[in-house]
Design a protein around this ligand. Structure first.
Ligand SMILES: N[C@@H](CCC(=O)N[C@@H](CS)C(=O)NCC(=O)O)C(=O)O
Length: 266
């Protein structure tokens, strides 16, 4: 595809593995917005986020401004989206329901999934290298063996990763799967109203590190790379209503047929 000015002007600063970055990737691709994804090893991302007024990824740079949070990015994309592609309902009551669920998933589910998964994965150097170095600049890949122990230390500290917090997180995850199971029990196709919304997209993305949908646009572990403790939870949760729902959303709503992402490498 030819580079055009919009493609050059929309840049996503990301981690390959981050499920919050997948929220934004999905929303951009759904709206067929060309963008350049710039992936970084954790730590190196601060060279790109801090000068742009943020800290974490995803961070989106656009002609209209810089957005430093996945939900803010989805709100911005919704304003420029054609009505049929919008992720937030026009009806104020339905919109409130979508935003409440999105916030719950962002603040509890995404954080719990990350803490629980890293508890098991951070000691597996080879797997972490695969998950964190996919698509990053060559210099970051080369430096990875040197910086990894520091990345691991900061990750454990910042995300408060201990055996106890991982066990608590798994309880939170199961509680939220139960909540989604209950919503879906009446046979509805989407969490709120009759169409795909930011609540559906956020739930599907944030549970993806557990369910490993093949359509995931970032990097996930393969099932046979998961330690037994994670594989057990993978099988248990994918067989719930909520798990099957998230996998269906990836299958039916995620695939675009072609990728617009213009991943910058090296
Ligand atoms: N509320 C933020 C959360 C994003 C977030 O937690 N990003 C993590 C990666 S999954 C991150 O960038 N951590 C490193 C940092 O905060 O510097 C959003 O939805 O965008």
């Amino acid at each position: 595809m030819q580079a055009n000015s919009q493609e050059k002007s929309t840049r996503l600063i990301a981690f390959a593995v981050s499920h919050y970055c997948e929220k934004v990737r999905w929303a951009l691709e759904r709206q067929s917005i060309p963008f350049i994804e710039e992936r970084h090893v954790p730590g190196f991302h601060w060279l790109f986020t801090l000068p742009n007024g943020g800290k974490s990824v995803p961070l989106l740079l656009t002609k209209a401004g810089i957005f430093t949070d996945s939900t803010d990015i989805l709100h911005y994309l919704d304003v420029i989206a054609p009505t049929s592609q919008r992720l937030y309902p026009a009806d104020p009551e339905l919109r409130r329901e979508v935003e409440t669920l999105e916030d719950l998933f962002d603040t509890i589910l995404g954080v719990s999934v990350r803490r629980w998964a890293y508890f098991y994965l951070l000691n597996n150097y080879k797997l972490m290298q695969k998950l964190l170095c996919d698509g990053v600049p060559a210099v970051e890949s080369i430096l990875f063996p040197i910086v990894f122990s520091q990345v691991r230390f900061i990750t454990r500290k910042d995300y408060n990763i201990t055996a106890e917090s991982a066990a608590d997180s798994l309880n939170q995850i199961k509680g939220l799967f139960e909540k989604v199971n209950n919503l879906l029990a009446d046979g509805r196709s989407y969490l709120v109203g009759n169409s795909f919304s930011a609540a559906d997209l956020t739930f599907a993305c944030l549970v993806a590190p557990i369910l490993i949908p093949p359509e995931y646009g970032g990097k996930t572990a393969a099932l046979d790379e998961l330690p037994d403790e994670m594989a057990v939870v993978h099988h248990e949760l994918r067989n719930t209503l909520a798990g099957a729902f998230a996998l269906r959303l990836f299958r039916e709503e995620r695939r675009n047929g072609f990728r617009l992402t213009n991943l910058v490498q090296g």
